[in-house]
Design a binder for this molecule. Sequence first.
Ligand code: AMP
Ligand code: ZN
Length: 501
Amino acid sequence: MRLYNTLSRRKEEFTPREEGKVSFYICGPTVYNHIHIGNARTFLSFDVIRRYLEYVGYEVTFVQNITDVDDKIIKRANEEGRTAAEVAQEYTEAFIAAMRALGIKDPTIRPRATEEIPAMIELISHLIEGGNAYEVEGDVYFAVRSFPSYGRLSGRDIEQMRSGARVGVDPRKRDALDFALWKAAKPGEPSWPSPWGEGRPGWHIECSTMSARYLGTPFDIHAGGDDLIFPHHENEIAQAEACSHVTFAKYWLHGGMLTIDREKMSKSEGNFLLLKDVLSYVKPQALRLLMLQTHYRSPFDYSADRLREATASYARIESALRNLLWSAENYAAVPLAPNELGDKSVSWTADLLSRTEATREQFTRAMDDDFNTASAIAAVFELITASNSSVADGVFGEAHRRAVLEAYATIVELLSVLGIEMDVEEGAAREEFPAEAVALAAELAGYEGDSPAKAVEALLSLRTAARAAKDWPRADAVRDGLTPLGLTIEDTPSGPRVIQK
Ligand code: AMP
Ligand code: ZN
């Protein structure tokens, strides 16, 4: 398996620290608002990467923090006359609910910044002792000059940044690039006691502390959106490595930004769509399908049109699966005689089996190559197309039926690796026909029950019997009665079936 490491700027072979196990950290949200679909894209990308690692057999410890103390949370709390803790609690719960609604797996551990403050104070104290940080009037800053490889992750020219940053720099800082580890409390702000007085941690120190605490160092994968490379991840590395001299994370994975009309979706810019709102009108599977059709490192431009297309593609998958299941259930027990359609049922079987195997291989190859979900999905669609044509004339014989069920199971399994869960099986079993079918069946076929599905069955049996007896008016009465209910009879080689248009 190869993955692109931002640190080396190339694809590298993935070798976890411990065989069979992966330690994975992803920066979580700042909980001052509902998350937007840009945030969701990043979380989705890494959910799929985690799922794939688990699929190939790794035991993954997946940690995602919650930033529940921050300027933006405090600002919102003040505007609304609530405490910062109340605001953070509300949006933490909303975040967890939205993640689950999109089918994102819960992390193994979800630490909250406000519950980890003693460990942060300990790390900051170490940094001060080692000469990597200094205190000024209750604030503590990281001394960037004390960490010579600062800028390595983002590949930035530190001297250039330094001269660019000179204007308006806090005169108490020793270097324009120094950043806050601890902020002295201002009146009315939440605060915690520390050796430097009452205050609260800076954002970057949270992640260095929580990742090392729950995963140890070096851990395997650190992930986030590519807007976090600088300064957040650069600072996380500096803080963690300055005092420990041990590599912090081995592989840095960054997702591309979601844009809308080519602009980055962002809460502060105000051009955002909330995940919870989008999920009120689109199925989570369709949204996942849409987002995963672009490679996770590329930018992704969202539009309502693309969402509509993905919804239609998802419906195509559902109906293909339903059709496969129906065809396999209603198969002709005997293979086609060689003189009927040549030896087609034999070649249909062989072709479908080999396409199924090829799809599995393509899927794995694509995912092993830096998680190329777009081409993994393309491989699944090839199997869907092949399956559709394999059953177009019906399913003949046990071998063909088994191949069709194998293709069905493969499509369901591979989509579920991407977190696209299909519930067609259940749906097909309780196909929802309109209630009016009951009255029609009572009238024409003397049906006495109240199940629309059974009523449709009774109507089909009546029609089959009528046709056998050459009672055409009676057979036509069934068809004509179903039409106004939006139901059409389709005669297939495996027998008649009713479909909803
Ligand atoms: P934040 O709450 O702003 O720290 O963002 C949480 C996560 O969402 C981070 O991993 C960000 O990189 C990511 N993120 C923010 N905006 C976008 C966007 N427009 N597209 C993709 N990811 C984003
Ligand atoms: Zn972070």
